[in-house]
Design a protein around this ligand. Structure first.
Ligand code: OFO
Length: 165
């Protein structure tokens, strides 16, 4: 049994996961248009993964006898200064999502809603992995750089990273 507050917050999270997917898909299109195939592929896979997160929340609401209600979604940013800027924004976005997941876990704890608290543990671990992944990408950006041939090499290295690890 979910409280109205918890139900509203879980529905909001469906929107955040959709927005994450749309943001990364839009970023992948920007990369592709710039000829950055490795980064485009990486971000597209990540967009698909975000959609799977959305479905986890969607299914959880149905399994608990509730109606998932998809909220209005924000339009993703379509233009970026450069590849560094793209990945700075992915990390900032993941930190924002981590805050949302932590907020949900805090609410579940306060309400002694152990099933939902348990459900959220997967997302807590996932956020840890995703922040680590995007920190890794930013480390590559710093090490290799985005000038001249560096950009070519950087894009290739990003393309080798697994979007789900
Ligand atoms: Fe990027 O983990 Fe979901 O939003």
């Amino acid at each position: 049994m979910l409280t109205k507050n918890m139900l509203d917050k879980l529905n909001e999270q469906i929107g955040y996961e959709f927005e994450s997917s749309n943001l990364y898909l839009q970023m992948s299109a920007w990369c592709k248009a710039k000829g950055l195939e490795g980064s485009a592929g990486f971000l597209r896979k990540h967009a698909e993964e975000e959609l799977s997160h959305m479905f986890k929340f969607f299914d959880y609401l149905e399994e608990t006898g509730n109606l998932p209600v998809i909220p209005a979604l924000a339009k993703p940013k379509a233009d970026y200064e450069n590849l560094r800027n793209v990945f700075e924004e992915t990390l900032a976005h993941e930190k924002f999502i981590t805050g949302k997941i932590n907020g949900l876990a805090e609410l579940a704890l306060a309400e002694k809603n152990w099933a939902t608290f348990q459900f959220l543990q997967w997302f807590t671990a996932e956020q840890h992995e995703e922040e680590a992944l995007f920190n890794r990408v930013l480390d590559l950006v710093k090490m290799i750089g985005t000038d001249g041939r560096g950009l070519f090499l950087l894009d290739k290295e990003i393309g080798k990273l697994k979007a789900d690890k």
